[in-house]
Write a protein that binds this ligand. Sequence first.
Ligand code: CDP
Ligand code: CDP
Length: 231
Amino acid sequence: MVKKMNIAIDGPASAGKSTIAKKVAEKLGYIYLDTGAMYRALTYAALSTGGDLHDEEALHKLLQGIRITFSTAENEMQRVYLNEEDVTEAIRSEQVTQNVSLISSYARVREEMVARQKSIARSGGVVMDGRDIGTVVLPDAEVKIFMTATAEERALRRYKENTAKGMITSLEELTEDMKRRDHLDSTRTISPLKKADDAIVLDSTHLEIDEVVKRILGIIEANLKPLQTLD
Ligand code: CDP
Ligand code: CDP
């Protein structure tokens, strides 16, 4: 029998984490968990209820009262639910994107999120992407990847994504937003975006999606061998 491992993928915005993590999970038959979507869902909930985004206690209380779940249908886009509401598109709005890093900086919010994420990965078989997966959520993950790409390339990717959705955005503004969020995420006191010491760095600036997936599967394969045991 082959033991199911946990795979941690961290890195800055638009490095390709979710696209690649999802494909890797599909190939392995593992669960994919987008932790950024969890922080986005809480941000959306806070904005919808008109709460004070600077009130850490109120945000923690709000989080305790909500369920954030994901659909698992094969070959379909993963959908995100806030209680019963499908918020897949709503959590990608500009307003959520502008405020999510603030909400993610609160210790009480992170404690609760990390506890939920750890619990999902308890039995292994999870590919999780975020900012603090290899360092805080799954420090014992068998494979850790730190995915990067230049801010310009990441902004260009977001720009193309928006254009495909019919959204008009400015590449300059997207680049600035990317840098602002990188700064907030990397300099916050609690669980900053940081490469785990044992993570493998993968720069995707000049790599196609399939090539990155192939490389990660190769890294996993190399880690799998010592874990194989006879049933
Ligand atoms: O999709 P995008 O790269 O824009 O970001 P995301 O993965 O959806 O994450 C949105 C925000 O949530 C990040 O900018 C972080 O502020 C926060 N986040 C976090 O603090 N810790 C995580 N494990 C995941 C996301
Ligand atoms: O999850 P994260 O914010 O790190 O990035 P993503 O949402 O997976 O990827 C952002 C965009 O970059 C998507 O439109 C991907 O298709 C694209 N991408 C790419 O063009 N080349 C890569 N090597 C990885 C992602």
